[in-house]
Design a binder for this molecule. Sequence first.
Ligand SMILES: [Zn+2]
Length: 231
Amino acid sequence: MLGRKTFLLSTGAIVGSAIAMHGSGAALAANGEGQMQASDVLAALKAGNHRYATDHSTNCNNNFDRRAEVSEAQQPHAIVLGCSDSRVPPEVVFDQRLGDMFTIRIAGNIADAPAIGSIEYAVAHFSSPLLVVLGHQNCGAVKATIEAIEKHQSLPGNIASIVAAIRPAVEPLIGKPGDVLDLAIHANIRAVIQHLKASSTILTDAVKSDKLRIVGGYYRLSDGVVEIPTA
Ligand SMILES: [Zn+2]
């Protein structure tokens, strides 16, 4: 799918995009007039999440016209590393269209090598300027990690590899006052961002040259709001 030659040739390519109005809210569309800014993408995601959380989703990612529009090529403006949890599909909670988001989903929104490679591909190939590491309230993967640590248990099969990835961020919080699960979910988001920056020169270089901004997001199951730091 990701041919090596194509990948290398496209590294560093910049395809311009800009904000365009779509339906009842802002959506993004490529227009070739310059480099899209991370702050514009972040604003569009916040606007989309507001529509979703207030029951005003446009569901603009599901129509015939959009499907035809992106059938030949994609130009996603955002990359999301999110959890596999069935209640947190990024395109839905940000009310984005087909082709708007390059999404990697894995339990606990952890950054294993294939996930990092997928993000690197999107940065190099599409020049997507924003990466959101999206954790969420009551994350089962983080909860399972806490329980495994507290009960000195190991989880069966390959599930253990997820716990092993989350464990370093969570372990220091065990026994601390407050909502340990919620603290651990936030700590895991921060740890994943640090890990991404520490393990990928492609991402580090993109951040240093202002071609990529990485932010953490926390989705509240209770009201549908994604908390993201102010741009
Ligand atoms: Zn989760």
